[in-house]
Design a protein around this ligand. Structure first.
Ligand SMILES: NS(=O)(=O)c1c(F)c(F)c(S(=O)(=O)CCO)c(N[C@H](c2ccccc2)[C@@H](O)c2ccccc2)c1F
Ligand SMILES: [Zn+2]
Length: 260
């Protein structure tokens, strides 16, 4: 109905181009990362400076579960790697599949992971607001981290425990003092390429930085993501939030670089 986009048959990724023509643009995300990627020795390490980061809330916006941060100053930024400026952390969210199915957005040599975490940052040096940055070519930097099923992730519990408070679309609750540094894998080796948001408005404004090493989370923890609903409490339809991922898009000649 209308241009309310989603992940269902009637409003899913294959239909987004009708309201968001950029969906068929030249730098869309996600993509498949091929087995062989050119190594660029000039690419320095990515630095995640989250020590004074301030999470504010956790919310269900009908598309994903989102942890929002206070981005009114340079408290939590990433810099280095392919980035010319520091970028401020604004929010992070996840994409995941159905029971026993993979749900990452990027794939590696054709293989999907169970889930993918996105840390969304914006360039507050060059742009005056997130919304301006979000529509500008160098405006956003999103760090992607793959989740694979394995042992329990000791810190992910804080997020999955809060999920029962934001089960329905439109719900939000306090979520202070969470530092996403605890969700990083041991190695910060990464792939980087120029792409887009993977949801409408699909702005081609993202420098993607994908960490090569996945983190392990348990099937039980992933199951808690699927207790979330796409729909609001007042709606009679109860749609379980799962498979909220866009499939890989054409590379269209883009170069993908690998850190050491
Ligand atoms: N995979 S992705 O990183 O491209 C992505 C998502 F997949 C995604 F689901 C979201 S979302 O906020 O959960 C719902 C869609 O707006 C955002 N959220 C964007 C956003 C909103 C507020 C703060 C940071 C990021 C997105 O909603 C957005 C971007 C630009 C302009 C308006 C909205 C997003 F950036
Ligand atoms: Zn995302």
């Amino acid at each position: 109905k209308g241009n309310h986009w989603g992940y269902g048959k009637e409003n899913g990724p294959d239909l987004w181009h009708t309201h968001y023509p950029v969906a068929q643009g030249s730098r869309q995300s996600p993509i498949d990362i091929p087995r062989q990627v050119s190594h660029d020795p000039s690419l320095g390490p990515i630095v995640l400076d989250y020590d004074h980061c301030t999470s504010i809330s956790i919310s269900n916006n009908g598309h994903s579960v989102v942890v929002n941060f206070d981005d009114t100053d340079e408290r939590s930024v990433i810099h280095g790697g392919p980035l010319e400026n520091p970028y401020r952390l604004k929010q992070f969210h996840f994409h995941w599949g159905g029971k026993g199915c993979d749900g990452s957005e990027h794939t590696v040599a054709g293989n999907s992971y169970a889930s993918e975490l996105h840390l969304v940052h914006w360039n507050a040096v060059k742009y005056t607001s997130f919304d301006h940055a979000a529509a500008a070519p160098e405006g956003l930097a999103v760090v992607g981290i793959f989740l694979e099923t394995g042992d329990d992730h000791r810190w992910l519990h804080t997020i999955t425990d809060a999920m029962y408070m934001v089960k329905y679309k439109g719900s939000i609750t306090d979520f202070k003092g969470f530092n996403p540094k605890c969700l990083l894998p041991s190695s910060l080796h990464y792939w980087t390429y120029l792409g887009s948001l993977t949801t409408p408005p699909l702005h081609e404004s993202v420098t993607w930085i994908l960490l090569k090493d996945p983190i392990a989370v348990s099937e039980k923890q992933l199951g808690k993501f699927r207790l979330l609903q796409f729909t609001g409490e007042e709606e009679d339809q109860r749609l379980r939030m799962e498979n909220n991922f866009r499939p890989p898009q054409p590379l269209k000649g883009r170069r993908i670089r690998s850190s050491n």
